[in-house]
Write a protein that binds this ligand. Sequence first.
Ligand code: C2O
Length: 596
Amino acid sequence: MASLSQLIARPAIFSPSSPRTSSGVRPRRATVQRVLCASSRGERPEPDHATKHDRRDVLLGLSALGASASATLIPARRAGADPVATPDISTCGPADLPPSANVLTCCPPPSNALPVAFDTPDAASSPLRTRPAAHSVTADYVAKFNAGIAAMKALPAGDPRSFAAQASVHCAYCDGSYSPDGFPGMELQVHNSWLFFPFHRCYLYFFERILGSLIGDPTFGIPFWNWDAPDGMRMPAMYTDQSSQLFDPRRDGRHAPPKLIDLDYNGRESRFTDSQQIDHNLRVMYRQMVSLSPTPSLFFGSAYRAGDDPNQGPGAVENIPHGPVHIWSGDPNQPASEDMGNFYSAGNDPLFYAHHANIDRMWSVWKGLDARRHTDITDPDWLDASFLFYDETPKLVRIRVRDVLDTDRLRYRYQDVPLPWRTARPTLTAAATQRADSLVAPAAQAAGGGATKAGRFPITLDEATSVTVRRPVGAKRSKAEKASKEEVLVIDGVEVDRDVAAKFDVFVNTEDHSAVGSGGRELAGSFVNVPHGHGHAHGNGNGKKGRGIRTTLRLALNEQLEDLKAEGDESVEVTLVPRQGKGKVKIGGVRIELMH
Ligand code: C2O
């Protein structure tokens, strides 16, 4: 092995003179207060120092003072000072659409009244809807659902309840039509941050109520695509019947039933048998929902406040399986992988709402897995973030994240189905984990599994690249220490053009990543970009008009290091492997941090 010092990840992204932090465009905010208040509530500041030179300076200053002294020196921040809010819809601007788009705008129809605050439905008079697993429903249900979608499609696009207007909601919030209230010129983006789960929950909530009201059934619950269990791992039959309202011709024709979905899809068909694919999918689910989601921040995604650049960092489930399911469903023969394969068009496919119902179900499921650690975020900047939607009447409603934490209060539930991935902890592939000094290594290299060593970051990820990363702890930690602090692999400065479908995998301590078996433990996780927009409307939020997003991938390591028996090691070998969009992703740096 090459010498350690040569290989340690270069923390270039820490540099306070990084170009991103020097744009000066970011409006001034009470960052000092924010950090301190977060600590006073027992939360940690987000580990995104690279993007917040102001906050980092504060942290550096604090460490000189010592943590206890600092808490008394600086006042608590104003609670809820910086939640992202959708502005008045009259400010909705042109969307950032690919040339193939057949729409000109994604903006909602205008409202002649001001938005009203969301009113939680009254439990006594509102029936509880049950959202069923799409593969398990009756013919009557399918007929009703078809009638509802048909009624939405029959409304003119100028009616906010129409299917066309509902589909545009997604486009408007993902393709740069809005700026956060008070921050004109910046992009409001509901993906790649902690807004992902609540935004989509609100979206489905109103979609479901509109559909139910059009068929006169306030008990109607939309179906969820149960892709996390073997019986649901095919495109549900009701969506693939060509005579149905639920059918969309703009899908990948190869993926009609009986083809099993690949929850780790990267644009290439897997070579698994059906039973291997099912096993792989279950391990992927375990990895994303359990191993990579030990804390609220890692599950929901990174903090994104008004004035922040968008794309602060997606949560585990937003990357996978959310991204691959989109890309697996969209038609690769369409210019922009419409419909599901691009955010601007995804809402045009009725399957989108079933996919997102299952994503939404994962929020509820995740909270049920560990009552102590799996909690909603308590930061007021999350709780008070708000969006505008039309309801079924139709009137414009402002709904906050804090309004949607509990599905019972929203009067819906998910059909209770088994969680077969609950025990599918990934397993090691012996051949892939041999150390360099073992006899297996030369053969592995010959098989093409070797990776080039990274020199200095940033790099363009055009081939498998390895780097040795020093751990912040050198010794095995106790159970209690591990439960209180997660060791997190931070891959920072991930840059990709927003219209590029990209995926890269991250392996830890793997001599031969190509030998890692299905659902192998050596795979730490993946980054996925679902294409959206074209990159010209608002720029990228830091003052530069650009086509790209810049984000951070955070992967929890505790469980993986246990299984790899690497908890006592000083460093780990991280291998980044481009899968989709080879050569189109840049990586700023790789490091390991401890996070609460
Ligand atoms: Cu708003 Cu599945 O994306």
